[in-house]
Design a protein around this ligand. Structure first.
Ligand code: PLP
Length: 397
């Protein structure tokens, strides 16, 4: 009955990751998947999470279904984290927020919601994109297009081009924007550029869908939310997906949030109802364990303070590795401009390496980088960075 169906090619990043694990190279380096590793090469269990879990394990509680929209304490904490604790719209109840199944679940529910609200609208996504953005919106019935974003020549943002393309979009189009730490390029608009872009969204009546999967990994938890908060200040109606996969090192627990900024409490109430309906027909209710732990970490003063320190530590390590890679490449490859390592932010750096160079890195040196040339920076640490920069020098020299 299903023989006619096309084979799923799988995700190329996961395929390469599997090839890495099969490789017997003694000094192999994995820079493929977007996971944060500590300096020992481990995915950290944050102490804030560990303490919250130990506290809950003392007296295991029953596991009823959570409400469709998730835990109230979790949703409140998401709003404070995304918009800032004192933001007036929180008090005015103008934001509809649900606990989502990771950032991906937030994107899917948000896509379903937008398609229901504006069935004829289409979405514009950065070029290049996190590939799943296209898949998720297409899966929700929304046609996808791209807008200019990254200039490989200058390794920076094509801001003027992006602005003029956004200015020409049909009214009520959806625009997917990354709040910070753009995946895959690591290139973000500056605060000044966001302040130029936001009036275009308002004038053209575009509906921004802001994806914030890496809050805290760029410049800081508040700084990384600059675009979201500036849009809120400008009075826009827009959607935000946030994720705890990276900043809580909570990938498999599938915790995130979806927030829709509305013009009034009444509108937000109606929107929340539609978000719940979308959840009900997708997966009914979000996961309880991860939701409870996330809520504990964000709402308990001590755990929250510990978590802030842990996010800062992850951010500092990424910045250190970037600086170190830049410094070593400057010495080993004097003619090569590696300043992109320090100019780009967050987990990812776009190297611009060719397919052939990537193949040599992989086959000769056991250094695994995905086909686009994107490096997941936290795969580097004090033990392997010298080996990595030697391999780069061999390929680029
Ligand atoms: N959005 C972007 C840009 C991402 O890079 C990712 C994860 O890699 C996500 C969303 C999804 O996050 P999650 O793993 O929480 O579903």
């Amino acid at each position: 009955m299903f023989e006619h169906m096309e084979k799923y090619a799988g995700d190329p990043i996961f395929r390469l990751n599997e090839a890495f694990h099969r490789d017997a190279h003694p000094q192999k380096v994995n820079l493929t998947v977007g996971l944060y590793y500590d300096n020992e090469g481990h995915i950290p269990v944050l102490s804030s999470v560990k303490t919250a879990e130990q506290r809950r394990a003392v007296e295991p509680a029953p596991r009823p279904y959570l409400p469709m929209e998730g835990l109230a304490s979790y949703r409140d904490a998401v709003q404070k984290l995304v918009f800032g604790p004192d933001y007036p719209a929180l008090r005015d109840k103008r934001i509809a927020t649900i606990q989502s199944v990771g950032g991906t679940g937030a994107l899917k529910v948000g896509a379903d919601f937008l398609h229901l609200a504006y069935p004829d609208s289409e979405i514009w996504i950065s070029d290049p994109a996190w590939d799943n953005h296209h898949s998720i919106f297409q899966g929700a019935g929304v046609r996808t297009h791209t807008y200019s974003y990254y200039d490989p020549e200058t390794r920076s943002l094509r801001f003027d081009q992006m602005m003029s393309e956004l200015q020409a979009l049909p009214r009520k189009s959806f625009v997917l924007l990354h709040a910070c730490c753009h995946n895959p390029t690591g290139v973000d608009p500056s605060p000044e550029q966001w302040l130029q872009l936001i009036p275009v969204l308002a004038q053209r009546e575009l509906i921004a869908f802001v994806d914030m999967a890496y809050q805290g990994f760029g410049t800081g938890l508040d700084e990384d939310a600059f675009a979201v908060r500036a849009m809120a200040d400008a009075g826009l109606t827009f959607v935000v997906a946030n994720s705890f996969s990276k900043n809580l090192s909570f990938y498999g627990e599938r915790c995130g949030g979806l927030s829709v900024m509305c013009a009034s409490a009444e509108e937000a109430d109606g929107v929340l109802g539609q978000l719940k309906a979308a959840v009900r027909r997708n997966y009914s209710s979000p996961p309880a364990h991860g939701g409870q732990i996330t809520s504990d970490v964000l709402n308990d003063a001590d755990l929250h303070a510990a978590w802030l320190r842990e996010v800062a530590e992850m951010r500092r390590r990424i910045a250190f590795v970037r600086k170190e890679a830049h410094g070593q490449l400057k010495t080993k490859l004097p003619g090569y401009d590696s300043s992109y390592f320090v100019k780009q932010h967050g987990m990812f750096t776009y190297t611009g390496l060719s397919s052939q160079q990537l193949q040599i890195l992989r086959e000769k040196h056991g250094v695994y980088i995905i086909e686009s040339g994107r490096i997941s920076v936290p795969g580097l640490n004090t033990r392997n960075i010298g080996y990595f920069t030697d391999a780069m020098a061999d390929v680029l020299g």
